[in-house]
Design a protein around this ligand. Structure first.
Ligand code: TMP
Length: 220
C-alpha cells in the first residue's frame, strides 16, 4: 500500500516546524513509519541550496530564487519524497510546492502560469494528500520571528521581507485553502502549542483513517 504525503505551510513564525515535530512523534508513538523532511533543505544538495537562498548577505534575483527553490524540490522529490511515499511511509514535509505559489507567486508577483509550469517541472505532478496551513496574523508572526532571532538564530533573507510581503503570502495561502478545501486545511495557530497540536490531530486522525493508514493495515 502507498504511504501518505502531508505538508506543513504558513508564513514565517507561524509555528509549523514545532507542530511537525509534535505530529511526527505522536504518529510514531501510534506505530506509524514516519519520515520528516523540509524544503528547502531536505537533501544534502538541498541543504547547500538552502544556505544560499536564506543567506542575508547574498542578493538573489527573483527568477534565480524561483529556480533555486525548484532545483531543491526536484532533488527532494526524486531522491527522497517519492521513494519514501512509495515504500509506505507517512511523509511530513515542512513546506513544499504551495510555498512557491505563495512566496514567489503572490510575494514576488510571478504569474500563476509560470509558477504552475515551474512547480510541474520540479514535482512531475507529485501533490500532497493533505496540506495544513498554520494561520496567524502577520503582526503576530513577525513578533514571534523577532523573539526567535533574539534567542537562537539569525534573521534569514526571506524573514527580512516587510509586512506587506508577508500579508500577500498569507492571503495567497488562505485563497489556496478556499480553492482546494479537500486537500488544504487551515489550522488556527493562535493559542498555545498544545492547543494547536490538538487541532492538528483533529484533522490528521480522520484523514489517516480515510486513507486506511492505521499502523495495522501496513503489515503484510
Ligand atoms: P522555513 O524558514 O520555513 O524553513 O522556510 C525558508 C524560507 O523559504 C521561508 O521564508 C519560505 C521560503 N520559501 C519560498 O520562498 N519558496 C519556497 O518554495 C519554499 C519551499 C520556501
Amino acid at each position: 500500500m502507498g504511504g501518505a504525503f502531508i505538508t506543513f505551510e504558513g508564513i514565517d513564525g507561524c509555528g509549523k516546524s514545532t507542530q511537525l515535530r509534535l505530529l511526527a512523534s505522536e504518529l510514531r508513538m501510534r506505530g506509524h513509519e514516519v519520515v520528516s523532511t523540509r524544503e528547502p533543505g531536505g537533501t544534502p544538495l538541498g541543504q547547500r541550496i538552502r544556505n544560499i537562498l536564506l543567506d542575508p548577505q547574498i542578493e538573489v534575483d527573483p527568477l534565480a530564487e524561483l529556480l533555486l527553490f525548484a532545483a531543491d524540490r526536484a532533488q527532494h522529490v526524486r531522491t527522497l519524497l517519492r521513494p519514501a511515499i512509495e515504500s509506505g511511509n507517512i511523509v511530513l514535509s515542512d513546506r513544499y510546492a504551495d510555498a512557491t505559489a505563495a512566496y514567489q507567486g503572490a510575494g514576488r508577483s510571478f504569474t500563476t502560469e509560470m509558477i504552475a509550469e515551474v512547480i510541474h517541472l520540479a514535482t512531475s505532478g507529485l501533490k500532497p494528500d493533505l496540506t495544513l496551513i498554520f494561520d496567524l496574523p502577520v503582526a503576530e508572526c513577525l513578533a514571534r520571528t523577532r523573539r526567535r532571532t533574539e534567542t537562537d538564530r539569525q534573521t534569514d533573507r526571506l524573514d527580512a521581507e516587510d509586512a506587506a510581503f508577508h500579508a500577500r503570502v498569507r492571503d495567497a495561502y488562505l485563497k489556496l485553502a478556499a480553492q482546494e478545501p479537500d486537500r488544504v486545511r487551515v489550522i488556527s495557530a493562535c493559542g498555545s502549542i498544545n492547543e494547536t497540536h490538538d487541532r492538528v490531530l483533529e484533522v490528521v486522525t480522520p484523514f489517516l483513517k480515510s486513507k486506511d493508514q492505521s499502523p495495522k493495515s501496513k503489515v503484510g
